[in-house]
Design a binder for this molecule. Sequence first.
Ligand SMILES: [Zn+2]
Ligand SMILES: [Zn+2]
Length: 256
Amino acid sequence: MKDITQYHATQSDALEYQVKITLYTLLIFGCYAAYLGGVLTIWWMVGLTSVLVTRWMIAFHELMHLRGADELDLLTRLLPIPFAPFNIGYREYRNIHAGHHADTANEQDPDAFHILGGHLRALFGAITLHEQQLVRYIRCHGLSLELAVMLTLRLALFVSLLVIDPMAFLAWWLALRLTYIVNDFVFFHLVHYRGGKEGSFPILLPVWLRYPAILIYGIDVVYATMHHDIHHEQQLIAAKYLHRYAAEMVTNGRKR
Ligand SMILES: [Zn+2]
Ligand SMILES: [Zn+2]
């Protein structure tokens, strides 16, 4: 096996993820503006928003492994995308994700409520994710001044966007939230629960699905989903290199 550090995410990768997060965030808001302005039809708005949210989610995940909240700009820390009226921010997501890596798919995992207990329970967890995360986080860590201020800012933004045009906002918000639910279900439940057993499992997409998915969602999304088991084994490997590491495992006869 080659030197594994060649697959590790670097400082320039961190910068790339940060730039992507900002760009995708602006484009996601741009979809709402374009829909309000009659530039995009509802289906183009829903489709583009959904793809952008998915790409945003993986950039956000990759960045969480590389940067603490204090190292980031305010926009990234704020997490202004209105998935819910009350939503946690970067610092809290990162804290929860560290817990997920420390206690993966067991009862101590802070993400257990949307991983364990069968498909239906996990789906309910994914549907109510943002609300449950906030309540569970405050119960466990308390409400800091920063979280209170950020919550207020995000709520103000949510309400401002809502009052511009409630029906248009509802359509855009549904695109945001439904995309998050589906992605969360795949990226937490399906990769960590199989045949009634918890663990970390690969989802080996067939080639005919893999390449169109890469075209639409990018390699980070596809490889992170396919090789989530390796991500838990080797957290420092960037999503874009997981596939190469997986190929090396096959060459060296290592079982997944
Ligand atoms: Zn991770
Ligand atoms: Zn995981």
